[in-house]
Write a protein that binds this ligand. Structure first.
Ligand code: GDP
Ligand code: MN
Length: 383
């Protein structure tokens, strides 16, 4: 779960990282009111889940109310590489003497937390890593021991921080590591970590991703998901306890069990088709869950045909068939459905489907046959 800059900064503040005061707003009027409260100059910053906002014109300094209003009007509604701006962060402007970089993430290969630091911040860190890798310090942390102040100071020195800033940078790194561990983050990044003319070290930007699977341990973070930019179908799915990920194709997919759904995506791709979603209805899918899943898949307008691939274990074939029948009695399928039922109670399930004689529903005996059929039907629907 990715956080907006201002939400990341709230977490930073909780762990003692220095950030500038600011307000999140959604209208030019509120932007001006926030600026008046904070005092000029301020920065008007687009809150979207993508970097490079500055280059795209989504970060502007404002010296007075008229400028705040003008920038707020321009930035609200702006499309930054596919991300529409609904929220602005109005922050007291900082004076910048230097821009550093700091991050903590999990190095999966090394199976250790990785702290990175560079005095070449403000630019794309990938560029620093590629062009002058010696300027990017990489330090693996022992997860059981954590990051000590001494280690953090050594990282700051190795990275070439000015001598008088080593303590300040070390404090920032230790706090950033605390954010990463204690909030169950997968990424905590500051770019730029600025140095002010009076030699204070402060986070000017925040990129934080939280581990969605650990969110139950942080009830106070649960409201941080960006509902403006979340896919509405994905949100509905998560409310119903269904694993759904939207994809770019036109063939709806439903299976039970992540592994089966993954291989269903593969066989559809092999048959020349393009999946519209990943949907795992989970084990023990009852009729209601199947009905909900069908509605989710069809909520995506791009879907031209659907493949139902159910292997009955805990999930019983007759329950799945009942769910399909319930779904299509309310609303007949607007697109062809190919159904492969196998495993527990598959015969009963298939018999229920045959007896119901649902229009636009096509049984298939094997996964490959089902994939070929659904790809042909989706292509036919193109006309
Ligand atoms: P990003 O472009 O999405 O990474 O957004 P940032 O928050 O990193 O801001 C981009 C750039 O805007 C920074 O690297 C700074 O150079 C500039 N900037 C942001 N806030 C301030 C500020 O308070 N004062 C000054 N002088 N520049 C700022
Ligand atoms: Mn940045």
């Amino acid at each position: 779960m990715d956080l907006l800059e201002y939400q990341g900064k709230q977490l930073f503040g909780r762990h003692g990282l220095k950030v500038s005061p600011g307000r999140a707003v959604r209208t030019p009027e509120d932007a001006v009111a926030a600026a008046e409260e904070l005092g000029y100059p301020v920065v008007v910053k687009a809150q979207v889940l993508i970097g490079g906002r500055g280059k795209a014109g989504g970060v502007k300094l404002a010296a007075d109310a008229a400028q705040v209003r003008e920038h707020a009007q321009n930035i609200l509604g702006m499309d930054i590489r596919g991300h529409i701006v609904h929220t602005l962060w109005i922050e007291r402007a900082s004076e910048i003497a230097a821009e550093y970089y700091a991050s903590v993430l999990l190095d999966r290969k090394a199976k250790k937390p990785l702290v990175m630091f560079s005095v070449e911040g403000g630019v794309e860190i990938e560029q620093v890593a590629a062009e002058s890798p010696e300027k990017l310090v990489r330090h693996h942390v022992d997860a059981l021991e954590g990051l000590s102040h001494e280690q953090a100071a050594a990282i700051a020195r190795e990275g070439g921080a000015d001598a008088d800033l080593v303590e300040g940078v070390a404090d920032a790194l230790v706090a950033l590591y605390a954010v990463w561990v204690q909030e169950d983050a997968t990424l905590a990044e500051i770019n730029p970590l600025i140095v002010t003319p009076d030699r204070e070290v402060r986070a000017l930007d925040a990129k934080v991703s939280l581990d969605g699977n650990a969110l139950y341990r942080h009830p106070e973070n649960q409201s941080l998901s960006d509902t403006d930019n979340e896919d509405p179908i994905e949100r509905r799915a998560s409310e119903q306890g269904i694993q759904y990920v939207k994809l770019d194709g036109d063939i709806g997919i439903l299976g039970n069990g992540a592994g089966l759904v993954m291989s269903t995506l593969d066989v559809v791709a092999q048959a020349g088709g393009s999946p519209a979603n990943f949907l795992d209805a989970g084990g023990g899918s009852d009729a209601t869950k199947v009905k909900n899943a069908v509605e989710l898949i069809l909520a995506n307008d791009a879907v031209k045909a659907v493949l139902f691939n159910i292997f009955g274990g805990i999930t019983r074939g007759d329950e799945v068939a009942r769910g399909l029948i319930a779904a299509f009695t309310d609303a007949p399928p607007p697109v062809p459905f190919v159904v492969r039922l196998d495993g527990t109670n598959d015969l009963e399930g298939r018999k229920l489907l045959t007896d119901a004689a649902l229009a636009n529903v096509y049984p298939a005996a094997t996964m490959n046959e089902a994939a070929q059929k659904v790809v042909a039907l989706a292509a036919g629907a193109h006309g």
